[in-house]
Ligand binder design. Sequence first.
Ligand SMILES: O=C(O)CCC(=O)C(=O)O
Ligand SMILES: [Fe+2]
Length: 220
Amino acid sequence: MNGALFPRGRAVVGDGAVHVPGWLDPGRQRELVEACREWARGPVPMRHTALPGGGVMSVRTVCLGWHWQPYRYTRDAGDVNGARVTPFPVWLAELGRAAVDEAYGEGAGARYAPDTALVNFYEGAARMGMHQDKDEKSRAPVVSLSIGDTCVFRFGNTRTRTRPYTDVELASGDLFVFGGPSRLAFHAVPKVYPGTADPACGMRAGRLNITLRETGLAGG
Ligand SMILES: O=C(O)CCC(=O)C(=O)O
Ligand SMILES: [Fe+2]
């Protein structure tokens, strides 16, 4: 229950969108934080993604398996240092399958084969505006894992970047899966609450979010 005064329950936020609070225990969170620290070192360093309009994203991101840059996936990080991205670990795909099982029921994750992860680090005033995850050819679910500070995760609809949407608090250890009719729903992180992370998660400050996806792209 994470010591919360009001234990947060599992919630279906939309058709195919499931929030499972506290899915990762503190030991698993610390392992993921350690892995993220390693991935952030390179060969492609964690960076503020440059946007086509000239701005940069406020979060810092490092990718596994395939490198995402607006708005495509490549093996090499042409917009950073040209290096090939860190391979997608087998154990992370297994965690993804367990997450899909947890969200949709035993066996649902059997064929889930994520081949890319975006690791986002939010510190200070970093946030993320309303967008769809639509650069993947596959429409397999997105698995989202959160560690560190609690945030507001805004989960909207597939038609507009405006209402109706639901604001959900994602805390350290929470799982959120969106697939099926919700796969292309607009979503955002309008706010992170600084200093809300339980130190047992392995982070002193900031928020980590790892999304697992299937690119639907072949080979390498
Ligand atoms: O940080 C989050 O919870 C969401 C991240 C996200 O939407 C993305 O990386 O596309
Ligand atoms: Fe997203």
